[in-house]
Design a protein. Structure first.
Length: 329
């Protein structure tokens, strides 16, 4: 049975300051954003009726728009209220939200400073981002690289920057993997196609410096939780030849939440390095603390980023993901 199309659903979408029926949300084919990628967006999740880090997401949407040269016509507070009301109207307390802002159809051409700016927010029930997060995901190295910061507005969550993510994700699934690790223009490890990445070695958490990709809101939260639990966090340049030395790997993001890459699902990382035609396999060593992953779901704490997400009961990933008794605001 085919999945239900996203343009043919019941419910509501908040668009340009008002709620309209989901099926009535339309833009013209000659919209500047469609031709020139002048759009920015946010992906968010609501847990038990509360949008996680709503204000941080709304403010980042404003920042992203400014980096693309346009101003949102709605303040962060207005966007926050619209998201909260949308969750309530949809009667889906646990859902995914997509806020998007774009240049309209007043002008057609590379320059479009006089185009109107539109904002919309949609939501839908979206479970695991990957097909079976409970089993973890298998990764390969992407064929495309994150661009240098002087070639693209890498601190903006701009729609156009996701073109190479789509291509890389398609390449991964075509090759039998779930996702891909993207390198940056220097050949250092950057992130997944739609999520930040963390590695564990000797009880220390390592993650790439976000100097050419988004410093994700979930990423920042994980770092804060790790430090609060006494786990050392090192943000640094990470090279592909280090992959074999890490005992744990996991992805973080609003859609991915926290997704592990367990050993029993990924006995090898397939990588094409240094533009060589033949892929090189980097095998992970056995680690005594890496036992069979057992997952559980935390519930009842809408502000905790890892609630409603599978976590490992072994190793650093579990220590980060354990529900904090003080997290009840």
């Amino acid at each position: 049975m085919a999945a239900q199309s996203f343009d043919d659903r019941d419910g509501w979408i908040w668009m340009d300051g008002e709620f309209i029926p989901h099926r009535d949300a339309r833009v013209h084919v000659l919209t500047h954003a469609m031709h020139y990628a002048s759009a920015v967006f946010e992906g968010e999740r609501a847990y038990d009726g509360v949008v996680f880090k709503s204000r941080e997401h709304s403010e980042r949407l404003h920042t992203s728009a400014k980096l693309l040269g346009f101003q949102l016509p709605y303040a962060a507070e207005e966007i926050d209220r619209a998201k909260a009301e949308l969750v309530s109207r949809q009667k889906t307390p646990n859902c995914y939200l997509r806020a998007i802002a774009w240049r309209g159809s007043e002008l057609m051409g590379v320059s479009a400073k006089r185009d109107d700016v539109h904002v919309a927010i949609a939501s839908w029930v979206w479970g695991d981002y990957f097909a079976d997060k409970m089993k973890g995901v298998r990764l390969m190295v992407a064929p495309w690289r994150r661009p240098a910061p002087d070639t693209a507005p890498c601190n903006s969550k701009a729609a156009g920057l996701y073109m190479i993510c789509t291509l890389s994700r398609h390449a991964a699934t075509d090759a039998g993997f779930d996702d891909a690790i993207m390198m940056d223009w220097r050949g250092q490890i950057a992130e997944g196609t739609g999520a930040n990445i963390f590695f564990v070695k000797d009880g220390v958490l390592h993650t790439p410096n976000p100097d050419c990709f988004l410093n994700g809101i979930t990423r920042q939260t994980v770092i804060g939780l790790a430090k609060a639990r006494g786990i050392e966090v090192v943000e640094r340049a990470i090279w592909p030849n280090e992959l074999a030395s890490f005992s744990e790997v996991f992805l973080t993001g609003s859609a991915a939440e926290i997704t592990p890459c367990p050993r029993n699902r990924r006995p090898a990382i397939q990588a094409s390095l240094d533009d060589r035609d033949a892929p090189q396999r980097l095998r992970r060593p056995d680690a005594s603390q890496e036992r069979r992953l057992i997952f559980r779901r935390c519930r009842g704490c809408a502000t905790h980023p890892l609630c409603n997400s599978p976590v490992s009961r072994a190793g650093v990933t579990r220590r980060i993901s354990r529900r904090s008794k003080s997290c009840r605001t």
